[in-house]
Structures are given as C-alpha cells and as structure tokens.
Design a protein. Structure first.
Length: 390
C-alpha cells in the first residue's frame, strides 16, 4: 500500500467514524485539549456532547450529582481542608488514543499521518484532593448508573485530580502570623505603569510578611460611591487557616504544656506562591484603606471587622475597595449589576493584570457548579484560547 493510499484510508476512517454519539479527532485538533498524560477532552463550545445526552443530564442527573457532591465534600463527612474538597461535574466529550477502533490499531503508522482519538460523552468530575477523588469515584456511579446506561452506547464516567481552585493560594511556608484584628493587615493597589491605562490594577493584601494578590478590573458605581471590585477568597482562606492553626496550637499546648509543640504546629503549612508579584514590580504601588466590605463562603464583614463573624451569602466571593481617595483617573466601567439571566453567551473581554491587553474569551451558555466543602457555587464558564491546552 502506498503512502498516499494509507493517508487516504486514515482520513476516510476519521470521517466515517464520526457519529452523533461518538466522534474522532486528531490529537492536534483545536477543538480538544489534553488532560494528564493520555486523556483528551473536547472544548464545550466547539465540541459539545449530543443534544439528547445534554438534555437528560441537565434535566435530572446534574442536580442529583451536585447534591451528592455537596454531601460527599461536607466537612462533617470529608475531614480535609477546604482546598482539598473542591469538585466540579462536567458533561463533555472525552477519550484516549488507545480507545480507537481495531481497524485503526492495525493501520501502519505514517510519519505524517494524524494520530486520532475517539471521543464519547463523558461525565467528568474534577476533584482537588486525593481523598475527595476516592470518595467521588466510589459513590457517584451509584446515583449516576441509570444515566450512564440510558443510551445505546454507554456514557463514560471519569474522575481526575485536575480540580478547579481559587486563583489565590492561601497557604504559607512561614505561617507564624498571629492575626488578632484588622490592624495587622494592610492593603495596597498596584497600578500598571502604562501611559494610557490605569486598569486592571493589582490588589495586594499583606498579612504579616505574606502578600496575597488579586485583580481589580476597574471601578464601579454603588449608589453614589465608586468602588473597585476584586475577590476575597485568598485573604479569607488565609485568615481561616491561621485561625485553625491557633486553635490547634492552643489545644496542643493545653494537652502537653510544652513550648516544643509550637514550632511543629507552625511549620506544618504547605507552600505559598504570591500571584501577581511580577506585575507589582512593574507597578506604581499606592497604600489604601482596608476594604470594609468583603465576603467569601458565608464569612464576611460590612464594617471592616476582620474577625469575619458577620453572616454573608454562601456563594459570595468579593471585596469592595473604596476609590474615593484614589489619585488616579476614575472612569467607572458600569453603573449597575447585570442579572445572571441577562448574561448572554458570546465573546467577552477579560481584564487581566498579567497581560497588557484584555484576554478574549467566549462565555458559555450553561451554568456550571463548583462545590467547595459542601457549598455549591453557581458559575459561568468562559472558554479562552491558550497554548497551555496542549
């Protein structure tokens, strides 16, 4: 068989194997991305699962899975830190090159022939921790079995540890900071050194000697006041971690009455990486007052009390930064809040402190669910182009 004939045969098999339920793509296709060493997953906008599978999933089984994931990751059931109890269920097209039909397995490999992967509808659940993943892999198929078997070809089920995570890492290798009040926390804004641009800016919380970064996309109006909007999860998670360590330290001290326990407890935290630090080195840094209003996962304050004992909506993740004393030009980007039912799918621009130009993405139509320690966060996905996908 000539090389030209073999190439034609491979292309023919690629086309003929495409069905409504199962499809094949080259591993280099821009419609898929690689996860781990062998798995390939279709981008939701470019290669969605069949409509009938989506409808069955969204109408009944997604809510069942989300509720069960909430039970599995609840602190009373899964005794792990919150960053190890994050899950996200996704219905997608996924597969491995090893799953190709027998005919392709015996097809001689050509130096320039495409390597193909067969993709099937798959319930993929991302898990942030090993123990969480084991629980999900054991318990979710029990409630999902009718859905997996309800089509002529079985819907696949897969879990992985490539779970979603908040953009700021709350851990520190030197977490000896004893936070007793907001007076031990400072805040600054890092503005890009660009002649024609002030936003996005970098928000920097400093706790002791540790910096926690997030992004301020731009100013917004809240009534007659102007605020910057950023996330709160990095700071709140870090303060909670220190509080947990202090509680552990006090318990250990009461049990042993020994100073030797102190160093062992305080050195047990994981690694911490500042996000946004490289950008801040090229920024004009301006000290600012601590945000008085912030909330994350039910903990928050509206008065600047950083003991965070004030109840807040469980799905919140924001901090409002008062920009009234800001020395930089203020051009509000919005005067109101857009209801979620008014967020239409389509192209969006994403303000990022790590790039000079906005990132271009596509807002997907369906609602996504991220479950953190039993709490369900309703989100929307934005699909972006990235060389890191491969």
């Amino acid at each position: 068989m000539t090389q030209t004939t073999l190439q034609s045969t491979a292309q023919s098999l690629h086309v003929d194997s495409d069905t409504d339920f199962v499809t094949t793509r080259s591993v280099d296709s821009p419609e898929i991305h690689k996860i781990g060493k062998r798995w390939y997953v279709g981008l939701l906008e470019d290669l969605p699962p069949p409509k009938r599978v989506q409808q069955s999933w969204g109408k009944t089984y997604l809510n069942i899975v989300v509720k069960r994931l909430g039970d599995i990751t609840h602190p009373s059931y899964l005794h792990v830190p919150s960053d190890k109890a994050i899950t996200e269920p996704v219905l997608c097209m996924a597969g491995k090159p090893d799953d190709m039909d027998t005919a392709l397995e015996y097809l001689p490999r050509l130096s320039n022939s495409p390597r193909l992967v067969k993709l099937k509808p798959t319930v993929w659940i991302y898990c942030s921790g090993r123990r969480c993943g084991k629980k999900v892999k054991k318990e979710i198929p029990l409630v999902l079995q009718p859905f997996l078997d309800s089509f002529p070809e079985r819907v696949e089920f897969h879990t992985s540890r490539y779970g979603p995570r908040p953009a700021s890492n709350p851990w520190s290798p030197h977490s000896s900071d004893r936070i007793r009040s907001g007076h031990e926390i400072s805040f600054a804004i890092g503005y890009p050194l660009l002649p024609d641009s002030v936003w996005p800016a970098v928000a920097r919380f400093t706790v002791g000697s540790k910096n926690i970064y997030s992004t301020i996309g731009g100013p917004i109006y809240v009534g007659r006041e102007v605020f910057g909007l950023t996330t709160a999860h990095g700071l709140v998670s870090y303060l909670q971690k220190i509080s947990e360590q202090m509680d552990t330290l006090e318990e250990e001290s009461l049990a042993s009455d020994s100073d030797s326990e102190t160093s062992s407890v305080l050195s047990c935290a994981g690694s911490y990486q500042d996000e946004g630090g490289d950008n801040l080195l090229e920024s004009e840094c301006e000290e600012a007052g601590l945000p008085k209003t912030l909330a994350y996962l039910g903990h928050g304050t509206s008065t600047g009390d950083y003991s965070l004992k004030e109840p807040a909506p469980i799905t919140s993740d924001f901090a409002l930064i008062n920009l009234q004393s800001c020395h930089h030009p203020i051009h509000p980007i919005t005067e109101g809040i857009t209801p979620k039912d008014k967020l239409y799918p389509g192209e969006v621009h994403i303000a990022s402190a790590s790039t000079r130009l906005p990132l271009i993405g596509y807002l997907l139509e369906s609602i996504s669910f991220i479950i953190i320690s039993g709490e369900v966060m309703h989100t929307r996905k934005i699909q972006i182009s990235s060389a890191a996908r491969k």
